[in-house]
Design a protein around this ligand. Structure first.
Ligand SMILES: [Zn+2]
Length: 329
């Protein structure tokens, strides 16, 4: 038993576990962080984590011990139940979700500091500060993420695995507007739109999750599907709350299944580009949806437009509503 406990405990340091559960601490000494105690109510931090010994102690409630002890106390579990919480698969997912949560917050803080980022949002027709905050839009200037995260104790190897750093240790996102992609409450990926000359669209490796902000629209009878997050953002800004985004014209299996759940009308609003690729994709999607019994309308924007450009070019909510009403099966 003793050996089992050791091998289970080792992969996850106490600090990582606490961070996955939204604990934040400030350095108190070389190997100690201090923050508010998760085990009792307090306003002044008295909960110390020793990262070298991998233990905690709270001067407020007098509790202390290792990770398993912490799980026992915080979740009122037995020793054996606490061990079961430390399954490596659960941990790997929680680790990357925790770091992506930190990165989202960090990039959000950066946004206000970079004039070029704000003027880019403005150029894309996005001005509403409340919406920008709600969508958690941030800016990756590049070159500062690694320092920020390693100072907080995130291991280099984790940042590499998640794809935030490349093999040389440089930030993956440089001069990009960042949208976090959430599934449920967890951030599963980030989308970065270059504001410079680099390739326009970039995601982290791994899943993009389902349709964007699906939880908000899944009960709607009418759902508008757009292909890009800027399309999504300007439609939200214009007052359309039944909009979602597929992050490209080819829906993954999860996204397609989501649209097919329950009776609804889907308004496919892909780009009307010169090479017709957006419209071909819209037509294929419409066929697949109709085959599943889902009413589908194809919204025809003016030539050369996507919903984002429609607004930049002077379109308004009333005109977009007319396009929805005119949409054909
Ligand atoms: Zn305490």
């Amino acid at each position: 038993m003793g050996e089992d406990v050791g091998t289970l405990k080792r992969p996850l340091p106490l600090l990582d576990y606490l961070r996955q559960h939204n604990w934040t601490g400030h350095p108190a000494s070389r190997s100690e962080l201090v923050g508010l105690c998760p085990l009792h109510e307090e306003t002044r931090p008295s909960f110390y984590v020793n990262t070298r010994k991998d233990v905690f102690y709270c001067h407020g409630c007098g509790q202390g011990g290792d990770l398993i002890r912490f799980i026992q106390l915080s979740r009122h579990l037995s020793f054996r139940q606490s061990l079961a919480c430390l399954d490596p698969r659960t941990i790997a997912e929680a680790d990357s979700a925790a770091v992506l949560e930190q990165v989202t917050a960090f990039y959000q803080q950066q946004l206000a500091n970079y004039r070029e980022a704000l003027s880019y949002l403005n150029k894309r027709g996005l001005q509403d500060p409340i919406l920008i905050k709600e969508l958690e839009i941030g800016y990756a200037p590049g070159g500062s993420l690694r320092r920020h995260l390693t100072a907080q104790g995130y291991p280099f190897e984790l940042l590499r695995q998640v794809g935030l750093l490349n093999a040389q240790g440089a930030d993956a996102f440089y001069q990009r507007i960042i949208f976090p992609l959430r599934q449920g409450k967890h951030v599963v990926n980030l989308y970065g739109r270059s504001i410079g000359n680099a390739f326009a669209h970039r995601f982290l490796p791994g899943t993009k999750g389902g349709l964007h902000a699906w939880e908000k629209v899944k009960h709607r009878a009418d759902v508008i599907v757009v292909e890009g997050l800027f399309d999504y953002a300007v439609l939200r800004q214009a007052g359309f709350h039944n909009v979602t985004c597929s992050l490209g014209t080819h829906l993954n299996a999860t996204q397609f299944r989501q649209l097919c759940e329950g009776p609804r009308t889907v308004y496919v609003t892909f780009d009307v580009d010169d090479n017709q690729s957006g419209q071909q994709a819209a037509e294929q999607l419409a066929h697949r949806l109709v085959a599943k019994g889902i009413a589908t309308r194809r919204v025809l924007l003016p030539r050369g437009h996507d919903p984002n450009f429609f607004y930049i070019a002077g379109g308004n909510a009333h005109q977009f509503q007319s396009l929805l009403e005119a949409a054909q099966p």
